[in-house]
Design a binder for this molecule. Structure first.
Ligand code: ATP
Length: 439
């Protein structure tokens, strides 16, 4: 049973105004003539009427709102009254609980529309500009990829720069020019020496030190090369990081060999530590290495071992020795005829390939240190190279480089018998300085 039925049964179908009047009259008669039970019934009926009236008003308001929103078919239509703002009542004049002709689906779609509309509204701060924020859609993956590529590029660039920096630091180009200008007849050996240095000095991370050993007969320029290298490295890494060790000068007495070995170990350790601090590679040159005592060789062997700490691995050891000179001389004298068309580097590579196994075998028997070394044999000098030595020395000493004089001086030097068109000097340029000094 609906609320309206309850109301009708109790008060009939009266209008709101009539009900108000009746309410007042009834109130008076109740207070005057009725008993206590009737009085409580009246109070109850009064509250019920109020409830019903409120509900009616709420329903009417709800319906009116729907009609105003433009929904057709209900109890109210918007017509001429629209202009005045007052709704015009068209059909049912009396409120019922009947469902309006508008379908529930239409209502729900209206609410959905309203909801959608509402959700699209953007609430702006009162003082701000009323402009919708621009949504920038950046892919995080793209940004990460871009960052990764940038980091990778800088790392590769930095690594290349570091390699270049190392080689540039030692000015191997300058060293090459110096050796080419100052050393005669040893181009193959000098190319091999520079290649070893270039390989080693291009990085600062090494698993073992570079151990080079120049071998050759007397007067072919071993000490000369040692001096040129020492001078160059002093200029690029500094005086304290270059050690030139002449055993007959630094340790003339064999009895002192043990003490000399200990002093040498300390000196080398101090130098490599200093070089490590300065991030440079030191150079240790041992001239007249054939005179090194076993104690000194033992100490050096211990220093060049690859299982030592990092500072010992970043160092260049250069040994200059005439050990194995007989093998070199014999090989050149017996193999010179067949390789006259070869370049200097090709000739040296052939010499190394054919001679080194024999040379190493001989040297390793003397001390295991030579097993660690890269052996670089130097060839005998020819008459043409000896003339260059005279020319150079005379110019240095201020003599006019007269060609006839140079040829005469070069003719006074001893030579091996001509082999395959080559005239090899027995003592290289060893006597050049002494003979020029006699002029
Ligand atoms: N290949 C060379 N080019 C230019 N000059 C040279 C060459 N070889 C030797 N000389 C000159 O001869 C001098 C002596 O040579 P050096 O002392 O270098 O010979 P060495 O091979 O060390 O001989 P030794 O084994 O007897 O010590 C040098 O000071 C240098 O002036």
């Amino acid at each position: 049973m609906g609320d309206q039925d309850v109301y009708d049964r109790m008060f009939g179908s009266q209008t709101d105004g009539e009900m108000d009047e009746e309410k007042d009259g009834e109130g008076e008669s109740e207070t005057r003539g009725l008993g206590k039970g009737a009085q409580s019934f009246c109070q109850f009926s009064s509250s019920l009427r109020t409830v019903v009236r409120i509900k009616q008003k709420y329903q009417a308001m709800k319906k009116r709102r729907l009609e105003l929103a433009g929904l057709g078919g209900g109890g109210l239509v918007v017509g001429a009254g629209l202009h005045t703002g007052a709704p015009v009542r068209s059909s049912p004049k009396i409120f019922t609980f009947e469902t309006p002709s508008s379908s529930p689906s239409a209502l729900s779609s209206l609410f959905l529309k309203m909801k959608k509309k509402k959700s699209r509204r953007v609430m702006f701060p009162s003082g701000g500009r009323r402009k919708a924020p621009v949504v920038q859609e950046h892919s995080r993956a793209k940004i990460c990829l871009f960052l990764l590529c940038t980091i990778l590029f800088f790392q590769v660039y930095n690594a290349i720069e570091n390699l270049d920096d190392h080689v540039l630091k030692y000015d191997l180009g300058g060293l090459e020019k110096t050796l080419c200008r100052e050393v005669f007849g040893q181009q193959g050996a000098m190319d091999a020496l520079l290649a070893q240095l270039r390989d080693y000095l291009s990085t600062y991370v090494h698993s073992k030190p570079l151990v080079l050993s120049l071998h050759g007969p007397s007067g072919v320029g071993k000490s000369h090369v040692g001096r040129l290298l020492a001078g160059h490295f002093r200029s690029v890494v500094g005086e304290p990081l270059v050690l030139q060790y002449f055993v007959l000068h630094h340790c003339p007495l064999e009895d002192d060999a043990w003490r000399c070995a200990r002093a040498l170990s300390i000196l080398v350790s101090e130098t490599v530590l200093r070089a490590e601090e300065e991030e440079k590679i030191p150079l240790f040159i041992f001239d007249e290495a054939e005179h090194l005592y076993p104690e000194l060789l033992d100490a050096l062997s211990d220093l060049v071992r690859s299982n030592r700490s990092n500072e010992y691995l970043n160092a260049v050891y250069l040994f200059l020795s005439n050990q194995g000179h007989t093998h070199i001389t014999m090989h050149l004298l017996y193999n010179s005829s067949s390789d006259s068309m070869m370049t200097a580097s090709g000739h040296h590579r052939k010499l190394v390939k054919e001679l080194n196994p024999l040379l190493r075998n001989t040297l390793v028997k003397l001390h295991p240190l030579w097993a660690e070394a890269e052996l670089l044999p130097m060839t005998l000098l020819e008459k043409g190279h000896v003339m260059e030595c005279f020319l150079d020395e005379m110019t240095r000493e201020g003599f006019y480089p007269d060609r006839t004089n140079v040829e005469r001086l070069a003719g006074e030097i001893e030579y091996y018998p001509v082999v395959g068109g080559h005239v090899y000097a027995r003592t290289g340029c060893k006597q050049v300085v002494a003979r020029v000094n006699l002029l």
